[in-house]
Design a protein around this ligand. Sequence first.
Ligand code: ADP
Ligand code: MG
Length: 247
Amino acid sequence: MSLLSIKNFSVHIDDKEILHDLNIDVQPDTLTVLMGKNGTGKSTLAYALMGHPSYQVREGEAIFEGASIAGVSPDKIAKMGMFLGFQHPIEVPGVTVIKFLQTATRALSGGELDYDAFQEELLSILEKLGIDQSFLYRYLNDGFSGGEKKRLEILQLLMLKPKLAILDEPDSGLDVDAMKVVAEGINMARKKGTTILLITHYKRLLNYLNPDRVVVLANGTLARDGGMELADKIESEGYDFLASRIS
Ligand SMILES: Nc1ncnc2c1ncn2[C@@H]1O[C@H](COP(=O)(O)OP(=O)(O)O)[C@@H](O)[C@H]1O
Ligand SMILES: [Mg+2]
């Protein structure tokens, strides 16, 4: 059974159709890469799946682990095991990283938090990702560099251990060293059993990963479905080849 099944998905923002008749199945324990030009609807898909109220699913539905998530609120979708790593994480002055991680972990586990186990896991992940402990006592994304914001998304991914993680351009704006940290985090998450839907429009990050499948969106719908050869083609030719033929 697919972990996530996106069926005939059409999504509107206000009265504008952004996604049209989109069909994608994501199999458990895989890494699926979603590519596409800027403005083609990748982030829209991520937000619509997570139940963002501004993104209206007008037709079709998404099925997560066999259950429809139509009309389900973001907090409940998160509790079902879906996670979104934001393309543009928001700043929350006043809430420290550690407080946020504790609160989210507690919420997802139904109110319980084993502080010792939490602390031990957190410190081991920080070490593996090369993040200084002082990071934990800063306010969420407040004054963070682009690289620090993306590291925090990866830290959340590893602490929250979702069944499915949608990672929206975790590589945007990163230098090579920061990108390696992000790639290592994604590989660690896979070992913990997280299935990944990775949104990117560059091949760079994929060189450190081992994607099972690459799908390409154009004009709000699926334009190509294949493997790494699609990422190679996009890197060498850009997205223009999509206009030639729909397969
Ligand atoms: N909150 C929003 N309000 C109005 N238009 C939006 C909003 N979010 C996205 N759009 C529009 O939807 C289209 C797809 O955007 P997006 O999903 O961000 O694309 P991508 O992530 O592939 O770059 C764009 O034309 C964008 O301007
Ligand atoms: Mg986007």
